[in-house]
Each structure stands twice: as C-alpha cells, then as structure tokens.
Design a binder for this molecule. Structure first.
Ligand code: ZN
Length: 335
C-alpha cells in the first residue's frame, strides 16, 4: 500500500526522546564475524529467499483465489511443523468496492506458556492490481508481491525454523496478517485516499485483541524488507507510539553490522498494519519498511508494479533483517 501522510507534527517531547538516545552506533565488525560469535542460531538469507519463492510460486496471493488459499495452507503446515501453536482467525473483510474477502489471519506461537511475549508481523496477501505499473495495460493484473508481502513472511518463517531448533528467550507470536494490500486504487481520476480500506486484517485482529486482552511487550512489523538497496528509516507512527523500541532496534542493527539498512532518518507517517495495532490493540509497534527519498515514489521502485517479483529480492537483505529479529528473540531487548 500505503499513503505517506507527511509529518503530522511530532511533539517536541518525542523528538527529544529520540535525539537523546538516537546517535547512530557505528560498528566495524562485519556481519560474518558477528555471526560467528553470536550465541544463537544462524539466520539463513538463502533459506528465507526460498520461502519467498514458495509463496510467489503459488501465484498472486489475492484473497478469494486458489493461490491465496494454497499459501495459507502452506504457512499453517510449515509453522506447525516447526512446533508452533497455530491459531487461525477466519473472517469476512469488505473491500473498497464491496467485495467480500474470505480472509485468514494466522498466528504461530512459540513458548506459548511464557506470559512475557513479543509480536512479530507481516502481511501475507499480495495486491490485486498493479496500479503503479508504468504499463497502463497491465495495471489491472495482480502482482507477485515478492517484496511487498512475501519478503516479511519469508523472514518470519525462517525465524520459526530457528526457534524450532532452539527455543526463544521470550514468548514469540508470529502473526501473518491478511488483506493488507487491497485498498483503494490510486490510478483513477479523483482518487481519494481512504485509509480504512487498507490493513483490513490488522484492523480486525486488533479489535479482537483489544476485546480479548491480548498482551505483548511490543510489536515489530516487516513490510518490503527484501530489496538489495533497502533503507529503513524511522517512520513517524513507530516513533510516536514505540520510541523505545525504535531506539533499541536501530542501535542493535548497528551493533550487528547491518546499520547500513537501518538509517537514522525520521520520515512521515505511513498507514500500515502497525498503525492499527498501535491505535486499537495498544501494543507499541514499529514498522520496518523500505522508504527512501532517493526512490521515485518513496517506496521501492517496484512497489505495486509487476517488477515486484523474485528478481527484486536479495538474500543478503533478508539475512540483515533476519539477523536483527534473531537477536530480538534470543537476546530480548530490555529497558
Ligand atoms: Zn503494498
């Protein structure tokens, strides 16, 4: 998706919070060297890349299609084989054009008995149209969503593989969110953004979580995390709702030698699943999302085009983000 709303007027207090603890931490230790001394399993970028290829191989994961159903079944089987406790939330979501989507949010819980938990998320659907494709004749076709969708899911499944081999040091809920990317088309005349038409899965999940009293210490959302040139700046809702998590995560990325992707730059607010998890479920949640002023649209060039295919992904970037999440589950961030 998503609309960049520009800065909404960060409070001075929040700016101060970030600038106090927010000096970039440089690390001259290479990722390779760091991996050798880390007291936790090796996150394989190649394995994650393969998990992305499996998803893309089903075809575009557009709700109400066989590819969508097959991908859900595969994720459930895979996460279950890795020892997770699975809970599936089935629901109907109504799209901007009144389409009723048969949707599924899928949660895979590790160390389910541990009351101290974190929530790791990605959306698993892919966009039904390519409304930003340069070829207008192809804009009505659904996209592979290798980066936008599959990359985050792939990292979380590789992480699940590791947690099967070695239990995490904190309770971990992996949440695959559905119907994130079916929002209002942007290639039409008089387009008016309607944020509520995006992120339907997280909106549903967050309302239920709020009712059920679901608790997690914090959340991390992955969105478009596989490009070779990925840059993840500090997005405004993340900074506003979860300043401590942003600060710790970006510092940890520097320590791990992957700080080149986690840039110390604040950007405006982006409507993504984390917004509803923060606002409705009250779980302080950060969005790790590719956004760069150097890109034509802010988001990567392949965003919502047919170029968002397997060639848009890099095993190295998947590993960089995966290493950070591996650190988070085996050496939980504390403050
Ligand atoms: Zn998208």
């Amino acid at each position: 998706m998503k609309k960049n709303l520009g800065f909404l007027g960060l409070s001075l207090a929040l700016v101060a919070l970030l600038s106090c603890g927010g000096s970039p931490k440089q690390s001259n230790v290479s990722a390779q060297q760091t991996a050798e001394v880390q007291p936790y399993p090796y996150f394989s970028g190649d394995s994650a890349l393969m998990f992305a290829a499996v998803q893309v191989g089903f075809g575009p994961r557009v709700p109400n299609t066989p590819a969508h159903g097959a991908c859900a079944d595969w994720m459930i089987a895979k996460l279950s084989a890795y020892g997770a406790k699975i809970s599936v939330q089935s629901f109907d979501a109504v799209g901007y054009d009144k389409t009723v989507y048969k949707a599924r949010n899928i949660m895979a819980s590790f160390a389910p008995e541990n009351p101290d938990r974190i929530l790791l998320m990605s959306h698993w659907d892919s966009r039904h149209i390519a409304d930003h494709d340069p070829d207008e004749s192809l804009q009505h076709l659904p996209i592979d969503g290798a980066n936008d969708g599959a990359s985050g899911v792939a990292i979380l499944i590789e992480l699940a593989r590791l947690m099967h081999d070695k239990a995490p040091a904190i309770g971990v809920d992996i949440l695959m969110l559905d119907v994130e990317d079916q929002g209002t088309p942007e290639n039409v005349k008089n387009f008016s953004p309607n944020e509520e038409t995006w992120c339907l899965g997280s909106q549903y999940w967050a309302k239920e979580a709020q009712k059920n009293g679901y608790k997690a210490r914090y959340g991390i959302l992955l969105d478009m995390v596989g490009s070779p040139t990925a840059e993840f700046p500090m997005e405004q809702y993340s900074v506003s709702y979860a300043p401590d998590v942003v600060e710790k995560l970006w510092a940890k990325a520097g320590e791990l030698g992957v700080g080149q992707h986690f840039v110390y730059q604040k950007i405006g607010a982006i409507t993504d699943d984390h917004y509803f998890i923060n606002k409705i479920a009250g779980i302080p949640t950060v969005d790790i999302i590719h956004y760069s002023d150097a890109n034509r649209k802010g988001f990567p060039d392949e965003w919502h085009t047919h170029a968002d295919n397997m060639s848009a992904l890099s095993a190295k970037t998947l590993r960089a983000v995966g290493m950070l999440l591996t650190a988070v589950v085996y050496q939980p961030l504390v403050w």
